[in-house]
Design a protein around this ligand. Structure first.
Ligand code: EPZ
Length: 421
């Protein structure tokens, strides 16, 4: 199949609006959680992404029959009969570790392989395994596969040394049908955790405190299916807002929750952009000239999210002056810098810190996406240069953005996805 590339011709302000897709990082754990439900679950507002298709494949392999039709996933967990995730599926989606909790909760077992290093550096799962051990899981390594067995999953006190999103999600899913109470301290507070807990409670679980650092889960016997709508994707919303800031102009983002983006909106306001907030809508009016951000670091929610670091860096290439970003969550999340340099950006990286000497005009170039949010950053940066920038590696964008080119087009950008012969 011929490779597809994105052609973006920038150099003019944006005026337009876009509706945000359902959240990838909520849809994926919600789909995994359907394994716990003894019945049919319907998930609305599911984004059409390659990671969602990969999750569907894994669900069907374990016997939770799942179908994706338009933006709806229907999953029937009444006949889950396998606890093994094939290596090929593990490799297709780095975050397949999120099937560990539900398979242990439903089947008392789970066999998987290491999710493997990916574009963000190693993806260790030590905190996942430690939490499962505390609930009574025996874990062994057999020919490169991790075999987890728990004849009975018991509620436990699980103190997290780091507020890991994935570990918090796995503990919620393992604990909802465990024997007794689980108290999770040091939990991640991301909105996706709140969405997962709301879904599980809708299925009959007893979870209190999601969104805070201490979460209590009372084990129940079984969960039934339910009908649930996935929350909007806050990182996609931030991506579209950064496109407006990078190009200049005025845009409106629909189905976006300002309350879940406060640190992101504050960062954009630091650059001089004016932000208007309604309950499910955000307006951005980019200043004629953007101001640099002296220092900003990525931290767990509610602080500035690591997923928005690359995208904000692209905006800061336009800000006149020196900005400094520190990436504290992932080890190597600066792969987009090399590609931004090819567009004429002036950026220096030293360890976790990136210094952006903004204000020099970017020029059109041929660049390659190295990971999901880094690819989005290249597209945001391309809006600043008058020529046509070609972006390759769209398989990364397709993991997290549904119809990226169409979204840019609806904002008023000249963006086309074409076959590259
Ligand atoms: C989730 O990943 C998101 N993915 C990531 O989004 C996001 O960047 C991340 O949370 C942080 O917000 C999904 O929700 C599918 P973590 P997750 O566990 O759960 C270390 C995107 O672009 N760690 O909070 O994997 C880990 O190495 C993706 O949409 C351990 O050391 O993130 C990292 O440094 C990228 N041991 C840090 O914690 C463990 O057992 C944060 O990881 C687990 C994690």
């Amino acid at each position: 199949m011929a490779e597809e590339v994105l052609h973006i011709t920038g150099g003019k302000p944006l005026h337009g609006e876009v509706t945000v897709q359902g959240a990838k990082n909520s849809a994926l754990p919600l789909m995994a959680a359907t394994i716990l439900c003894d019945g049919v679950t319907t998930l609305e507002n599911v984004p059409r992404l390659t990671d969602v298709c990969a999750a569907c494949r894994i669900l069907n392999r374990v016997g939770c029959t799942a179908k994706l039709h338009e933006h709806t996933v229907t999953a029937d967990g009444s006949d889950v009969h396998s606890a093994e995730i094939p290596d090929s599926d593990m490799r297709k989606m780095r975050s397949s570790i999120m099937f560990l909790g539900p398979l242990l909760g439903r089947m008392g077992a789970c066999t998987l392989t290491m999710p493997g290093g990916c574009e963000l550096g190693p993806r260790p799962i030590d905190l996942h395994l430690d939490a499962m051990r505390r609930m009574g899981t025996q874990i062994s390594e057999e020919n490169g596969r991790i075999v987890c067995r728990a004849s009975v999953l018991s509620g436990a006190h699980i103190p997290l040394s780091y507020p890991s999103v994935g570990v918090t999600e796995n503990v919620l899913m393992a604990a909802v049908c465990a024997k007794g109470e689980t108290i999770l301290t040091g939990a991640a507070r991301e909105p996706e955790i709140v969405d997962l807990a709301a879904f599980l409670n809708c299925c009959g679980a007893k979870i209190q405190g999601a969104g805070e650092s201490v979460i209590r889960i009372q084990g129940v016997k079984t969960l039934h299916g339910c009908h649930y709508r996935v929350m909007p994707d806050r990182i996609a919303a931030m991506t579209w807002l950064c496109a407006g800031a990078s190009a200049g102009g005025t845009i409106c983002v629909h189905d976006a929750r300002p309350s879940e983006l406060e640190a992101c909106l504050a960062a954009l306001e630091m650059t001089g952009c004016r932000i208007g907030r309604c309950s499910e809508r955000i307006f951005l009016d980019a200043g004629a000239v953007l101001k640099p951000i002296r220092y900003l670091r990525t931290l767990p929610y509610p602080a500035f999210p690591t997923d928005a670091q690359a995208i904000l860096m692209a905006v800061l290439c336009r800000a006149k002056g020196t900005s400094l970003l520190e990436e504290t969550i992932f080890e190597s999340r600066y792969k987009h810098v090399g590609e931004l340099l090819r567009m004429g950006a002036e950026i220096r990286v030293s360890g976790k810190t990136a210094v952006i000497y903004g204000g020099t005009p970017l020029y059109s170039s041929e660049v390659e996406a190295m990971d999901l949010r880094g690819g989005a950053a290249l597209a945001v940066a391309a809006l600043q240069s008058e020529g046509t920038t070609t972006i390759r590696g769209l398989q990364h964008l397709d993991r997290g953005y549904e119809n990226f080119a169409e979204a840019f087009h609806s904002l008023g950008a000249d963006a086309k996805r074409v076959s590259f012969s």
